[in-house]
Write a protein that binds this ligand. Structure first.
Ligand code: NDP
Ligand code: ZN
Length: 352
């Protein structure tokens, strides 16, 4: 079969591989729609995960089941499914401890395009199909549904980790697709003021659509200073980081109130350390909590997010700005994610 792979740091291209084989509880799926992620860019072009030779990329997919193992109960060939970016090993101690994303090792629930071949292939393998796949209802178009697998679960996790209370003021640093879903998640959780940080016009417009009350342009000065100015020097209750490089963590700590929470879902792809400003962190005594998390995956999470879309709580169509037909366009779509033109939020490739 064909797959679009990371050939080495800074190199991506098509390769031929053997079609994967399903174990007793697994499934083989063929993609119906896929989307490249900014994480694929960190992985290939920043070498963020180190060298990965000939590893097929991609972890955002909606697909059709083509084969199931002998013990799979709830799925059969022909089923249309949402495949989460994170597919934990559900029989692991980390799951019992409440952290499936880290089943059998830190970040090890994130398998596609990290520890095994991803979804940019004619076929891909899904571990523990009954626990990791979710049926896609017909009324959700595949190009929107593919946003559930990663963008929605990640952005919403930013809002969950931030522990937003009714009326909390929230800054969302980065309003790409992930940050936009954090804006939507913050609004759903009852945030009052929501300040989005970003510049691309398509993202700014979408941020207002999803619930941002204010927009800050990071190119017009330090964002901590801008947000402190907008809040009479007090700062915000919660910060969600969904973009930028390491220094945004320092800025987040500066702009969050004592007792507040900084929630990071950004993938910090380079450098050995992230900065925490000593004074603004109250010399370690400010009760400013810093959390960071990989997106939740698995079947239940997907089913719950699918319901939010199905019952019109969230309109995912606003995230999808570029649609390609035909698998061969994956490299173009990936390069769009690298170059981030002004009109881009997310590209989707529909595999006709
Ligand atoms: P985008 O590149 O589309 O969006 C990034 C956003 O950050 C843009 O709004 C951009 O502004 C803004 N930004 C860039 N530089 C700065 C800066 N210096 N200060 C403030 N804002 C800045 O990324 P995605 O939305 O696709 O992904 C966001 C991050 O989430 C990525 O790092 C990605 O790898 C990660 N991720 C994490 C996952 C997880 O499980 N935790 C899962 C999926 C993705 P502008 O409008 O100018 O472009
Ligand atoms: Zn991703």
């Amino acid at each position: 079969m064909k797959g679009f792979a990371m050939l080495g740091v800074n190199k991506a291209g098509w390769i031929e591989k053997e079609k994967p084989v399903a174990g007793p509880i697994d499934a083989i799926v063929k993609p119906l729609a896929v989307s490249p992620c900014t994480s694929d860019i960190h992985t290939v072009f920043e070498g963020a995960l180190g060298e990965r030779h000939n590893m097929i990329l991609g972890h955002e997919a909606v697909g059709e089941v083509v084969e199931v193992g002998s013990e799979v109960k709830d799925f059969k060939p022909g089923d249309k499914v949402v495949v989460p970016a994170v597919t934990p090993d559900w029989r692991s101690m980390e799951v019992q401890a409440g952290y499936p994303q880290h089943s059998n090792g830190m970040l090890a629930g994130w398998k596609f395009s990290n520890f095994k071949d991803g979804v940019f292939a004619d076929y891909f393998h899904v571990n523990d199909a009954d626990m990791n796949l979710a049926l896609l209802p017909d009324e959700i178009p595949v190009q929107n549904a593919v946003m559930i697998s990663d963008m929605m679960t990640t952005g919403f996790h930013g809002a969950e980790l931030a522990d937003i209370q009714l009326g909390s003021s929230v800054a969302v640093i980065g309003i790409g697709a992930v940050g936009l879903m954090s804006v939507a998640g913050a609004r759903m959780r009852g945030a009052g003021r929501i300040i989005g940080v970003g510049t691309r016009p398509a993202c700014v417009e979408a941020a207002k659509f999803y619930g941002a009350t204010d927009i800050v342009n990071y190119k017009k000065g330090d964002i901590a200073e801008q947000i402190l100015d907008m809040t009479n020097g007090k700062g915000v209750d919660r910060v969600i980081i969904a973009g930028g490089k390491g220094e945004v963590l320092a800025q987040a700590v500066k702009m969050v109130k004592p007792g507040g929470t900084v929630s990071n879902v950004n993938y910090h792809g380079s450098g050995d350390y992230l900065p925490i400003p000593r004074i603004e962190w109250g010399c370690g005594m400010a009760h400013k909590t810093i959390k960071g998390g990989l997106c939740p995956g698995g079947r239940l999470r997907m089913e719950m997010l699918i319901d939010l879309v199905r019952y019109n709580r969230v309109d995912l169509s606003k995230l999808v700005t570029h649609v390609y037909h035909g698998f061969e366009h994956i490299d173009e779509a990936l390069m769009l994610m690298k170059d981030k033109p002004k009109d881009l939020i997310k590209p989707v490739v529909i595999v006709d």
